[in-house]
Design a protein around this ligand. Structure first.
Ligand SMILES: *[C@@H]1O[C@H](CO)[C@@H](O)[C@H](O)[C@H]1NC(C)=O
Ligand SMILES: *[C@@H]1O[C@H](CO)[C@@H](O)[C@H](O)[C@H]1NC(C)=O
Ligand SMILES: *[C@@H]1O[C@H](CO)[C@@H](O)[C@H](O)[C@H]1NC(C)=O
Ligand SMILES: *[C@@H]1O[C@H](CO)[C@@H](O)[C@H](O)[C@H]1NC(C)=O
Ligand SMILES: *[C@@H]1O[C@H](CO)[C@@H](O)[C@H](O)[C@H]1NC(C)=O
Ligand SMILES: *[C@@H]1O[C@H](CO)[C@@H](O)[C@H](O)[C@H]1NC(C)=O
Length: 475
């Protein structure tokens, strides 16, 4: 009986051992490793002794012998571990790899993902990002759950389209911005086989660090610097591009090219002045990633739209600065005589946004001296009868943007007397003249009458003489 039980138990043991061995072989065969196309993967042959000689196969093909597998020239056995390293992985490298040493065989199933990024990852703002994710493996392709993280590691929600075979996924995301530049992550998940793979990729959005439209205020005669900051160094843009700076006084007016520039793939920048229409100076930025112009002694008609445009592979992006110039003037100009009035005018070159207005005030003046412009008014007039320092402010929300002052001087006292004197003197003069005219008028009339009478008398005398002669002849 004892021997019998021993036989039974030993048989059990053998069965158990065989069973365990089978489980472990199956477990080894099911081992899935993940690789990403273009990158390297190290296939791990577990439990291999240091001194053992090892052969690696892809399906039945030896990797390092005459009848080579396709990845042979991209592969090497790591001497210390005997692991297989495959570089510059391809989709077709997927499948069953076996590592054989002594009498052991270890199988690994390599699952390969390939991620392709539209436009080679080089975008301009507002362009759409499109990813194509492909997978290949020795077993049935699993349905994948794809999660996308942007450069700030925030989840973004793209549109994902997958084909029936789960071979290809298309991931679309609308309208990138310059600030989206950086390393993104595509996270791929599947429950069976269990896959949790992060695939990082670079997104470069070449653009301006300025907003699309900026407004800059300047007072007449001041110096203005307009600058556009390009992000190409920050995002390690790999390519050359060109651009230009245009100016137009009004939206509808023709554009004038002020300068053009080009930047090589190595970041060298050339700027060329294209216009002598008005005086401006090209300023060289510190890192060559700034387009900057200086306008000295700004004129009222230098206002308008300054547009910087970038071109890359016949695609364009632009950023605009609207220069609004403010001036003040007085009518009549010159000192203010006592009791007189003058009109001060504060004018901007284009209508202001609703949150912005002009405001005239007198320094140390009263509330009565304050006058504000109405919405969209480009001109604010104030009638002034008090001398002092008058200031026109341009105010956005509650912030003072620019100011321009106009000193109204009081006319010196003697000027006032002269003015008064002149007016008084003037009326006296008129009176005197009037009198003189009247007097001379009367005397002229008298003289005329006298002359008339003398003519009559002469005639009378002549007539009498003739009569006397006739009388004499008749006698
Ligand atoms: C997937 O891999 C197999 C080899 O494992 C290869 O024959 C096939 O061409 C690959 N498919 C693609 C789409 O590359
Ligand atoms: C996919 O992943 C997201 C985020 O990790 C998760 O919320 C969602 O439930 C997953 N969907 C499936 C079908 O696994
Ligand atoms: C860049 O500009 C410089 C100076 O105008 C010019 O000599 C050069 O040919 C330009 N390069 C390209 C690639 O357009
Ligand atoms: C701007 O006005 C000044 C005189 O006020 C004139 O000399 C100049 O040519 C004008 N510039 C432009 C660009 O119209
Ligand atoms: C305004 O008042 C201050 C203090 O009273 C004085 O120092 C300043 O000169 C005045 N400014 C003008 C322009 O009147
Ligand atoms: C300023 O005075 C002129 C002439 O006296 C007048 O026509 C004008 O309406 C006045 N303007 C304001 C803003 O009071």
């Amino acid at each position: 009986m004892e021997s019998c039980s021993m036989v039974v138990s030993s048989t059990l043991c053998v069965v158990l051992v065989l069973h365990l061995g089978l489980i472990s072989i199956m477990a080894q065969q099911n081992e899935v490793q993940i690789g990403v196309a273009g990158q390297a993967v190290i296939l791990n042959c577990r439990g291999i002794p240091h001194h053992a000689a090892v052969t690696w196969k892809h399906y039945k093909l030896l990797i390092f012998s005459k009848g080579k597998a396709t990845m042979s020239d991209r592969s090497e056995i790591i001497p210390s571990s005997k692991h297989l390293k495959v570089m510059d992985l391809r989709l077709s490298d997927a499948g069953i790899y076996t590592c054989e040493y002594e009498s052991h065989t270890v199988s690994i199933s390599l699952h390969v993902f390939k991620l392709m990024i539209s436009l080679d990852g080089h975008f301009l703002p507002n362009e759409d990002l499109e990813l194509t994710l492909m997978q290949n493996s020795s077993h049935l392709l699993p349905s994948l759950n794809i999660t996308l993280f942007n450069s700030n590691n925030n989840i973004v929600t793209p549109i994902v389209v997958e084909d029936k075979t789960h071979q290809k996924y298309t991931v679309k995301l609308k309208e990138l911005e310059a600030t989206d530049s950086g390393t993104w992550t595509c996270r791929v998940h599947s429950d069976s086989p269990l896959i949790n793979q992060n695939i990082p990729f670079d997104v470069r959005v070449l653009g301006f660090q300025n907003p699309d439209l900026e407004r800059k205020y300047a007072t007449v005669g001041s110096t203005v610097i307009l600058s556009w900051h390009l992000n190409f160094r920050k995002i390690t843009w790999k390519g050359g591009f060109t651009g230009q700076l245009n100016w137009k006084q009004q939206e509808s007016a023709p554009a004038h090219e002020l300068l053009d520039f080009n930047t090589t793939a190595w970041g060298e920048q050339h700027k060329t002045k294209k216009s002598n229409r008005f005086w401006f100076e090209i300023r060289e930025g510190k890192f060559g990633s700034t387009i900057e112009v200086k306008l000295s002694k700004v004129n009222f008609n230098h206002s308008g739209h300054y547009q910087c445009q970038l071109a890359y592979n016949s695609r364009y992006v632009q950023s605009k600065i609207e220069l609004v110039v403010m001036k003040v003037s007085a009518n009549p100009a010159g000192p203010l005589a006592r009791g007189a009035e003058m009109t001060l005018t504060c004018q901007v070159s284009s209508p202001l946004p609703p949150n912005t207005h002009l405001r005239w005030e007198r320094v140390n003046g009263t509330q009565m001296d304050v006058k504000k412009s109405k919405q969209h008014e480009v001109k604010l007039e104030v009638n002034v009868s008090t001398a002092g320092l008058w200031i026109c402010h341009l105010i956005e929300d509650n912030d003072l943007m620019i100011s321009l002052s106009y000193p109204v001087e009081e006319a010196p006292v003697w000027i006032s007397y002269v003015v008064i004197g002149a007016s008084v003197g003037g009326s006296v003069l008129v009176f005197v003249l009037a009198c003189l005219c009247t007097i001379s008028g009367i005397s002229w009339q008298r003289r005329r009458q006298r002359a008339k009478r003398m003519v009559q008398a002469r005639q009378y005398l002549l007539e009498n003489k003739t009569c006397q002669c006739q009388h004499r002849l008749n006698k």
